[in-house]
Design a protein around this ligand. Structure first.
Ligand code: SF4
Length: 289
């Protein structure tokens, strides 16, 4: 297997900042997880310095095993009933104004853990009036009742990542389903007022023609904000990087999405991740609306 050399534009020095230390201390204090640390996100100190973090609820073990994801797969741990309250305390202590709540996929729970998302949003609103909340959820196996449980709490942004093009689903995320994920986005966009967001990675073997097709499908499913980033291989046990997309090519995706398809915002770039600069994107959208 030919290993591709990482291009210059992907090299980012991770600064050891006081914010990083402060966030890590607070997470330890409340026994919480963030996807920023679990997924080894290259942007974490920028987000922390920007008053934003992404909390991972319902443990750090997933019932699925997507071939691009650094999170552990296996038998999940039992739920911590105090987790929503602890997250609200941590967010208050960190003085965050924008928070993203995401989770591993809990196919072992009747509603996929939708009630935990709902409790987290309610606790945050009670603890920090005016906090902006984005939820990045699994597909809850397309269960509308579970989606209603979460969306009735009226999060500011509903995010569900499509991750890759339909042809690669069986290789990249074998327990997921392309049409099911589109239907989740469609259902929420037609029934609720949250801003609808989705995201995917490139560099897993897709063609640019497939990327433009995927963007059309997302637009047709009610998606308003889109993130596109470069896949990076977490370990040699994960799928190899098939190509490193150039910053110019990312610009072309952005232009196509905003000019041709009229997404409110397309945020595309080598180091873009689904929650990266989420707060800034939210502020831009709120101003333009
Ligand atoms: S469902 Fe999410 S957390 Fe689980 S393996 Fe896939 S990407 Fe990772």
């Amino acid at each position: 297997m030919k290993i591709l050399r990482k291009p210059e534009w992907l090299k980012r020095k991770l600064l050891s900042s006081s914010e990083l230390g402060n966030v890590i201390k607070t997470l330890e204090k409340y026994g919480l997880n963030t996807v920023c640390l679990e997924a080894k996100c290259p942007n974490r100190n920028i987000c922390y310095a920007n008053g934003q973090a992404t909390f991972l609820i319902m443990g750090d073990v997933c019932t699925r095993s997507c071939r691009f994801c650094a999170i552990l797969s296996g038998a999940p741990k039992s739920l911590d009933p105090d987790e929503p309250h602890k997250i609200a305390n941590a967010v208050r202590d960190l003085g965050l104004s924008y928070v993203v709540i995401t989770s591993v996929t809990r196919d072992d729970l009747p509603d996929g853990g939708a009630f935990v998302f709902a409790e987290a949003v309610i606790e945050l609103r009670n603890e920090i009036p005016g906090i902006r909340i984005e939820i990045l959820t699994p597909d809850f196996k397309g269960n509308h009742k579970a989606l209603d449980t979460v969306l009735k709490t009226n999060p500011d942004v509903f995010n569900h990542n499509i991750e890759t093009v339909s042809r690669l689903y069986s290789i990249v995320r074998p327990q997921a389903d392309y049409s099911r994920s589109l239907n989740v986005l469609k259902y929420v966009s037609r029934k609720y007022n949250s801003v609808i967001k989705s995201g995917f990675m490139v560099g897993l073997g897709e063609t640019d023609k497939e990327i433009f097709e995927l963007m059309r499908d997302l637009k047709a499913s009610g998606v308003q904000v889109l993130t596109i980033g470069q896949y990076l291989q977490p370990s040699s046990n994960h799928l190899p990087v098939e190509r490193y997309v150039t910053p110019d090519q990312f610009k072309e995706y952005e232009n196509f999405g905003e000019t041709n398809l009229q997404f409110i915002k397309v945020f595309a770039g080598p180091l873009v991740r689904s929650s990266f600069m989420a707060k800034d994107i939210w502020q831009k959208i709120s101003i333009s609306n």
